[in-house]
Design a protein. Structure first.
Length: 181
C-alpha cells in the first residue's frame, strides 16, 4: 500500500472518529409532542406522561414547540415557563419566561438540571397544553454507561464521562499514529 493511500485511510479514520464523538454528546432538539408542525395543540395527549416520559433530557438540550399549522394556531397558543404553583393552577400571570415569539416555532434551551414547567396561555393549559420536563446532568460516555441503564450520581458520572472521552481520544490518536508509522 503506498503512502498517499495510507494517509487517506488515516484521515478518513480520524475524521469519522471525531464525527462519532461529536454525535455522542451533542445537544438534542426535542420536538414537543413528537411532530414539527402541530406538536403543541389542545387535547392531543398528556405531554408529560405520554411524550416527555419517553425522552431523556440533558443539560444543553433544546425544546421545540411547533404549532404553525393550521395558521390560526400560532395566534391562539403560546409557551411560557412558569413555576410549579402556576403550572398546577394554569396561570400565566407571572411567567418565569415568555417563550412565544409569534411564529408558532418556539425554542428554549434547558440549561439546568432541574424540573421545568411549561404551559400555554389563553386558557389552553386547561385543555392539556402543559408539560413537565426533568433535566439531567450529561450522561456518561457510551463506553462507560452501566448496562442497567440507570445513571451514576452526577459527579461520578461526569468524571467517568470525562476520563472515558479522554481515553477514547487517546486511543484514536494512538491508532492513527500506529498506522502512519
Ligand atoms: C399527566 O400525567 C401526569 C404524570 O403521570 C399526571 O400527574 C397528570 O395529572 C396528568 N395530567 C392530566 C391533565 O391528566
Ligand atoms: C410574549 O412575547 C411575544 C413575542 O415577543 C409577544 O408578542 C407576547 O405579547 C408576549 N406575551 C406576553 C404575555 O407578554
Ligand atoms: C442557556 O445558556 C446559553 C449559553 O450560555 C444562553 O445563551 C441562553 O440564553 C441560555 N438559555 C436560557 C433559556 O437561559
Amino acid at each position: 500500500m503506498d503512502i498517499s493511500r495510507r494517509r487517506l485511510m488515516v484521515t478518513v479514520f480520524i475524521a469519522s472518529s471525531l464525527i462519532m464523538m461529536l454525535q455522542c454528546c451533542d445537544a438534542v432538539r426535542h420536538n414537543v409532542g413528537g411532530t414539527k408542525n402541530d406538536g403543541w395543540i389542545p387535547n392531543k395527549m398528556n405531554y408529560t406522561s405520554d411524550w416527555a416520559a419517553h425522552e431523556q433530557f440533558y443539560v444543553g438540550d433544546w425544546l421545540y414547540w411547533g404549532y404553525y399549522e393550521p395558521r390560526i394556531n400560532r395566534q391562539l397558543y403560546s409557551v411560557f415557563e412558569v413555576n410549579k404553583m402556576d403550572y398546577d393552577s394554569c396561570s400565566t400571570d407571572h411567567p418565569l419566561y415568555n417563550i412565544s415569539r409569534g411564529g408558532g416555532r418556539d425554542v428554549y434551551q434547558l440549561n439546568q438540571s432541574r424540573p421545568y414547567y411549561f404551559i400555554s396561555g389563553g386558557g389552553f393549559c386547561w385543555q392539556g397544553m402543559k408539560l413537565t420536563v426533568f433535566v439531567q446532568e450529561l450522561p456518561p460516555a457510551p463506553a462507560a454507561a452501566p448496562s442497567t441503564g440507570s445513571y451514576a450520581a452526577p459527579s461520578t458520572g461526569s468524571s467517568a464521562s470525562l476520563s472515558a472521552s479522554l481515553s477514547g481520544i487517546f486511543s484514536i490518536f494512538a491508532t492513527a499514529a500506529a498506522l502512519v508509522v
